[in-house]
Write a protein that binds this ligand. Structure first.
Ligand SMILES: *[C@@H]1O[C@H](CO)[C@@H](O)[C@H](O)[C@H]1NC(C)=O
Ligand SMILES: *[C@@H]1O[C@H](CO)[C@@H](O)[C@H](O)[C@H]1NC(C)=O
Length: 372
């Protein structure tokens, strides 16, 4: 008989030992997490929408099982009816949108040699990619040519180019989540709790990169408003998405007190934005954000094998209206690391940092309903 069951041994090696090591090494380690701004810790005004589906996975279909390795962002090309998504193996893949998921075919399209995250379409048939390691890329529509547009601003290199949106006039708006930590280390950026993120623009006519906002907390998803006057961008640990008015260069809150930590935001062309949340607010995240010493312990333990993202649970996608008012939440306790939600027709397509498929939910068959 083994002395310890496998799961016990696993727990000891993956959690207990790293935590004991982190306690022992606490004083020696220089990782220095900060307090978050007080409003990030205010849970009294969590904005829950009137409608909710608490079992996103029930009835959901899986697309491209085993062929889409961590499809982080999804962009839908209406004219060709293709979904484009960036995978962890460097591939931008595309999938024809079909009525039956069994008919969907996954195609390897272009490999960036990096980690494609944000995907959007340019005005001339090109695909714009925010690649975590490379920067902002322009891939020609035929997939034959990849050009680096920009990878630094104000003398500071991007370390985690994350999301991108294209305005009607061709200007690209994008985020760099962190100038300090790269994609493999991104959990440390969240644990450190300091603002290393930037919101930027790239004008293809002048080829200039401009910093619109700096000192953002893990600047993540970005979307252009349908009237083109402003951007919406998300700061993950702040549980907030903000508006940036382009002409006035002014920021205001769009939606805050979210029930989870926002990642990508996508406009559906029908009056709603969809905000993906890789994790809901959990007790562990609440404690960690309140107490920097817990984040320091977690960071040290992560160097000894603890997965700092064990805190992730109850992922989902929140639909909000043009004023940021929450309308409907689709989530599931069994789900984590959901990074994008895109509504195409009656379906919600969801990408993730963990799974090797896209999750699709029929919103007419499995609607969000009034809370009891
Ligand atoms: C898709 O394939 C699965 C497994 O082969 C099958 O159970 C399911 O009925 C199929 N769905 C449709 C809509 O054909
Ligand atoms: C991307 O490259 C194509 C040529 O392949 C060019 O026509 C297009 O204007 C470029 N787009 C941007 C945003 O630079």
């Amino acid at each position: 008989m083994p002395l310890l069951s496998f799961s016990r041994r696993f727990l000891i090696f993956s959690t207990v030992i790293p935590f004991l090591a982190s306690i022992a090494l606490y004083r020696l380690d220089t990782f220095d997490p900060a307090l978050l701004p007080p409003n990030a810790l205010d849970y009294s005004t969590t904005s829950l929408p009137p409608l909710s589906n608490d079992k996103l996975l029930t009835g959901a279909e899986l697309i491209g099982v085993g062929l889409l390795n961590s499809p982080e962002d999804i962009a839908y090309h209406r004219e060709s009816n293709f979904i484009y998504t960036g995978c962890v193996d460097g591939w931008v893949k595309r999938v024809k949108v079909t009525e039956s998921v069994n008919d969907s075919v996954v195609e390897d399209w272009v490999n960036t040699g990096g980690r494609p995250l944000g995907v959007a379409f340019g005005l001339h048939g090109e695909v714009i990619v925010a690649d975590a390691y490379k920067g902002l890329l322009n891939i020609s529509g035929d997939g034959k040519k990849t050009e680096l547009l920009t990878d630094e601003a104000d003398g500071v290199k991007f370390k985690l180019a994350d999301a991108v949106a294209v305005a009607d006039n061709g200007v690209l708006y994008f985020t760099d989540a962190s100038y300090k930590y790269n994609m493999r280390q991104f959990a440390f950026d969240i644990l450190e709790g300091k603002p290393h993120g930037r919101l930027m623009s790239f004008d293809p006519t002048t080829r200039t990169t401009r910093v619109l906002l700096k000192d953002l907390y893990f600047a993540n998803g970005v979307s252009k408003s349908p009237d083109q006057t402003h951007l919406i961008f998300c700061q993950t640990p702040m549980r907030r998405c903000s508006k940036y008015y382009i002409n006035e260069e002014r920021v205001e809150v769009f939606t805050q007190g979210l029930p989870g930590y926002p990642d990508n935001i996508r406009f559906d062309g029908e009056g709603h934005y969809w905000i993906a949340m890789p994790s809901g607010v959990t007790v562990l995240w609440k404690l960690a954000f309140r107490y920097p010493f817990l984040r320091k312990l977690t960071a040290i333990a992560a160097n000894y094998g603890l997965d700092p993202l064990i805190f992730m649970a109850n992922a989902g996608v929140l639909g909000v209206d043009l004023d940021g008012k929450p309308i409907a939440l689709y989530h599931d306790h069994k789900l984590s690391h959901m990074t994008t939600g895109v509504k195409i027709g009656r379906y919600l397509y969801c990408g993730s940092l963990l799974h090797s498929h896209i999750v699709r939910l029929d919103l007419l068959k499995y609607p969000a309903q009034k809370r009891l």
